[in-house]
Design a protein around this ligand. Structure first.
Ligand code: SF4
Length: 386
C-alpha cells in the first residue's frame, strides 16, 4: 500500500486505496462499483430509489456534483441537511451525499433505528482532519498548564468530527455554523474570558474581527504541530481568541489578488465570499456570508448585476445556471472543487442505493453512544442560541 504523510501528520492514501477508519479520508470502497461509463447509471439510480420509496431519504450538499444532486430529496448546507435528516423519523435509510462529518451529525441527530449511509467513505473533509481528538486534548492540557483553561470556552465549527464536537460538549462549549458563529461567540464570552475556536482559524478570526470589534492582536493561532501550539504562556494569557491552525483547502485558495483581478476584468462587480476565506480576502470583498447567505443574496440581486463568488465551484456553476439574468463568475481563474466532496459520484451512489434495495446496508456511519451524547449536548447548545 502506498502511503505518504501530510502536513497534518495523517497518512494520505492514494485515492481509492487503503483504509483508515480514524481519518476523514482515504478509505476504499468495499464493493463492486459500476463503471463510470455505464450509460444506464441514471436509470439504475432512479430504479433503486423508486424501489426504496419512503424508506429512503437522500440529502445533497450544495457542493455536490450535478450528476448526484439530481437525486437529492433536499439540498442544503451541512447544518440544514442534519436538521432535515432529524425531521424524517420514518426514513429507514438516510443517504448522505456530503462528507463524513456531516453524516456523523446526521447519525447523532436521528434515531437509533435509522441508518445513515455515506456512498464513498473516502469523502472526508480536510479541514475536519486538521483537528484530531488527541491534538485537541493536548491543547487543552497546554491551556491547563498555562493556568487559563477555566477561562476558556471551546467552540467548534460544524465542520469537525463528532469527537471534537463531543469534546466541546464535555468542556462547556458548543458547535457553531458559518451563519451563527457570532451568536455562538457572544454566548461563549458570557461564560468565559477566552474562546478556543476549532478547527477553522479563518471563520474564527473573521467573525471576531469583522463582527465583534476585536482586533487581530486579540487572536493567536495554536499550531498543533508545535510544542504548546507554538505559543508562550503570556501570549495565551493575553489572547481573547485562540484559533486552531486549520483551514478549508477550497476556500483557502482564494487570494487578495483574485479580488483585484476580477475587479479589473469586470468593472462594477460585486465580490461575495464565504467566511472560510482568508481575512485578507474577506476584507477586500463587498459581501461575506454562509452558503445559504450567498444563495439568498444572488436570488435577491437585481437582473443585470455582476457577481464574483468565492466558494466551491459546483455551487457557483449551478447558481450561474439558475440565475441567467445575472452575470455570475467564479472568483478564482483556476478550478476549485472540493475534491473529497466530489468523491461521491454516480457509480458510488448507484452502488449504495442498489445495495440498500437488495437489503444490504453499506458504508453505514455510526457514532458511539458516549461521543454522540456529548456531541449532541454541544449541538443542542447551538440550537438554543437566540
Ligand atoms: S469545502 Fe472545505 S470545509 Fe467543505 S467539505 Fe470541502 S474541505 Fe471541508
Amino acid at each position: 500500500m502506498v502511503v505518504t504523510t501530510t502536513q497534518t501528520g495523517l497518512p494520505l492514501f492514494v485515492l481509492g486505496q487503503g483504509r483508515d477508519p480514524h481519518s476523514e479520508r482515504g478509505v476504499e470502497c468495499p464493493g463492486e462499483l459500476p463503471a463510470a461509463s455505464d450509460p444506464g447509471l441514471v436509470a439504475r439510480a432512479r430504479a433503486a430509489k423508486a424501489a426504496l420509496g419512503d424508506r429512503l431519504f437522500v440529502l445533497g450538499h450544495h457542493y455536490q456534483r450535478d450528476e448526484v444532486i439530481q437525486f437529492a430529496d433536499v439540498t442544503g448546507d451541512s447544518f440544514k441537511l442534519a436538521r432535515e435528516a432529524a425531521a424524517r423519523p420514518h426514513a429507514e435509510y438516510i443517504v448522505f451525499c456530503g462528507v463524513h462529518f456531516m453524516a456523523e451529525s446526521a447519525d447523532i441527530l436521528t434515531s437509533d433505528d435509522q441508518r445513515v449511509v455515506l456512498p464513498d467513505l473516502a469523502a472526508g473533509c480536510s479541514m475536519a482532519d486538521m483537528a484530531t481528538f488527541d491534538q485537541v486534548e493536548e491543547c487543552w492540557e497546554a491551556l491547563e498548564d498555562a493556568g487559563i483553561a477555566d477561562d476558556v470556552v471551546p467552540i467548534t465549527y460544524m465542520n469537525s468530527s463528532a469527537d471534537i464536537k463531543a469534546f466541546c460538549g464535555r468542556n462547556g462549549g458548543a458547535v457553531c455554523t458559518s451563519s451563527n458563529a457570532r451568536k455562538a461567540l457572544e454566548w461563549a464570552f458570557q461564560r468565559g474570558r477566552k474562546v478556543l475556536f476549532l478547527p477553522d482559524q479563518h471563520l474564527g478570526r473573521n467573525t471576531a474581527v469583522l463582527e465583534m470589534d476585536m482586533g487581530l492582536d486579540d487572536c493567536v493561532v495554536y499550531n498543533p504541530h508545535r510544542p504548546n501550539g507554538g505559543l508562550t504562556a503570556q501570549q495565551l494569557a493575553d489572547a481573547k481568541m485562540i484559533l486552531w491552525r486549520g483551514h478549508c483547502s477550497v476556500h483557502g485558495r482564494f487570494t487578495p489578488e483574485c479580488v483585484d483581478d476580477v475587479r479589473q476584468r469586470i468593472p462594477g462587480v460585486n465580490v461575495l465570499v464565504h467566511p472560510e476565506c482568508r481575512h485578507e480576502v474577506v476584507t477586500k470583498a463587498d459581501h461575506v456570508g454562509s452558503t445559504e447567505y450567498i444563495i439568498r443574496k444572488l436570488r435577491e440581486a437585481p437582473a443585470g448585476s455582476a457577481w464574483a463568488i468565492g466558494t466551491e465551484l459546483n455551487l457557483v456553476k449551478r447558481l450561474a445556471q439558475e440565475f441567467p439574468d445575472k452575470q455570475i463568475t467564479f472568483l478564482d481563474r483556476t478550478v476549485c472543487y472540493c475534491s473529497t466532496m466530489n468523491r461521491i459520484d454516480l457509480p458510488h451512489l448507484v452502488w449504495a442505493l442498489e445495495s440498500l434495495a437488495a437489503g444490504q446496508v453499506v458504508n453505514q456511519i455510526t457514532v458511539d453512544a458516549d461521543t454522540a451524547h456529548w456531541a449532541k449536548v454541544a449541538l443542542d447548545r447551538m440550537l438554543a442560541l437566540p
